[in-house]
Design a protein around this ligand. Sequence first.
Ligand code: TXA
Ligand code: MG
Length: 355
Amino acid sequence: MREPYTTTTVYFQVDPQVPERRPIELAGETIRDGGLVAFPTETVYGLGANALDKAAVEKIFRAKGRPANDPLIVHIADLSHLPRLAVSVPELAYRLLDRFAPGALTLVLNKRETVPANLTAGMDTVAVRIPDHAVALALINAAGRPIAAPSANKFSRPSPTTAQHVVDDLEGRVDIILDGGPTAIGLESTILSLVGGAPQVLRPGGVALEELRAIVPDLTYQPRYLTGDDTASPSPGSMLKHYSPRATVILFRGEDDVAVWAAIKAFADDHDHVGVMTLEKDVRRFADLDVKVESLGADLDAAATRLFSALRALDSRGAKWILARAPDTTGVGLAIGDRLLRAAEGDVIDVKPRR
Ligand code: TXA
Ligand code: MG
């Protein structure tokens, strides 16, 4: 077993639009020196290290307790950095980046041999994205290096959407935390593989499949969830158990509104310490029950930003059960449903329509 990485954590609040120079320079120097910096992106907070330094990359795995078969995403500030990481980049990659970069789209490409093997979990491909956040871009530029960064949570915990989530999981395991406020999208990037055959979505995320199809009509997405170690998978990180709060999450799925809400309320009635996450419009349904409710806001975009913090909030409110309804799979609903299913570790109740 690897030793966990331990250090003294220094915390800086930074302006998310116009980050102050001193903390950014210090953080850039820390990256160059082989240290770890947690920073905001538009999706979730990342735990960053110099992507081209094998020992620095190893610290990420040690800090998170992340299995070595789960590769990292590399963050760059602009297209000029791409040739330092990838080879035989198809023309389609540039068309996609032209439309979606900076933004929540990660591309899987053939890696350059200088990219350390531990970063890619031994594979000959590398995942790359350009984050749409002034702090992330300033940090990459100050470091003068591409930055490897998974989400800045402990392994299998919900991804962090605030600096406080990072503190809760990684205090003492990261050299610097840059606090740029809550993240705008709240879910991780969409991962699209452009190697080996037709373009394949490996993880739904901040960029909707409908948007990608406008440029890549033949893209495929086949949800695959792994229950154990499986390095043969195209996306070894797509383990089913992920995003797990301490409470047991149960997902309710069904078309019939009345039947689904009746099933959720019946479960809540039968159990103690029940938490529910739901859109604001449905909060009132639980007014007469002894249930801890976290509102996910007005619509699915709001729900994406609140999903992970709601899981953490219900944990700290002492919920033993967390109930949620599976959303429609259009737009960002597809990514929300994916995260919920993994938080539930596949525990889904299919509610039959009433007749
Ligand atoms: O929005 C995001 O993508 C955030 C922010 C920090 O950028 N990052 C993030 O990283 O979600 P992480 O480590 O939590 O998820 C990265 C996933 C891995 O679990 C793996 O499934 C996939 O990216 N991945 C990385 N490299 C890959 C590769 N070469 N081939 C296939 N999948 C890869
Ligand atoms: Mg993650």
